[in-house]
Design a protein around this ligand. Structure first.
Ligand code: NI
Ligand code: MN
Length: 228
């Protein structure tokens, strides 16, 4: 299984010929040049409805006839736009032909915010994602504060690779994410959700260097980790 980071919270997973995208925010993501129309996707996994996560989901899903797996309210919202969806909710998992997806809690918000019409459509609870394929597990924390049940997530799952937000302001900052990494006991930890906008400017190397056991890895946009 191969995971490629494209800045912000965008992760592209390749497993058994399936292309899986988590939180494909491309337009407006200064860390990537990839355009939605160039994305090949079989599946899109969403953590929550904020624009910097929902991103270009509708366009990519429609172009590829891709399945969108998301927390229920967000899945329903997308299904009304003609997108093929599968709803899950926190604590629930499902085996798909491309791998297993389980949603975890996240402490954050989830809404589609339309600045033009000044409307906020709440899309239920935000989530994190546990994705398992080829006997390996990836944890994408989504946007979240630190919470002590990360210890439980670490106890119940052998996490091979964790993507943790470090941007502070809207999510965990470096210090809290360092604690999260310890509790999750992930074999490798990659920082996400930083330096896309001024309030979340962070030094990812300071975070990675702060982790015990050399588990921290900064991925530049476009770089991959092969989980063997
Ligand atoms: Ni968010
Ligand atoms: Mn965000």
């Amino acid at each position: 299984m191969k995971a490629t980071y494209h800045g912000h919270s965008v992760v592209h997973i390749e497993t058994n010929g399936h292309h899986i995208w988590i939180d494909p925010f491309l337009n407006g993501n200064k860390h990537t040049e990839i355009k939605p129309q160039d994305v090949k996707a079989d599946v899109i996994l969403l953590t929550h409805g904020h624009g910097d996560h929902l991103g270009d989901t509708v366009e990519i899903a429609k172009n590829n006839d891709a399945l969108v797996v998301a927390p229920n309210e967000l899945a329903v919202y997308l299904s009304w736009q003609g997108v093929k969806t599968h709803p899950l909710h926190i604590g629930g998992g499902r085996e798909f032909d491309f791998g297993k997806v389980k949603l975890t809690q996240a402490f954050h918000g989830s809404a589609v915010i339309d600045e033009e019409s000044k409307t906020i459509t709440y899309t239920g609870m935000p989530s994190g994602i546990l994705f398992t394929a080829e006997g390996k597990t990836i944890y994408h924390a989504g946007d979240t504060a630190l919470f002590s049940d990360m210890k439980l997530i670490g106890e119940l799952n052998h996490i091979d690779l964790a993507f943790l937000p470090i941007g502070d302001n809207f999510t965990m900052g470096r210090e809290d994410a360092r604690m999260a990494a310890e509790w999750l006991r992930a074999k490798q930890v990659v920082p996400i959700h930083y330096s896309t906008f001024p309030p979340i400017e962070q030094d990812p190397h300071a975070f990675a260097d702060s982790l015990h056991g050399g588990v921290g890895h900064v991925l530049n946009s476009g770089e991959s980790i092969d989980i063997l």
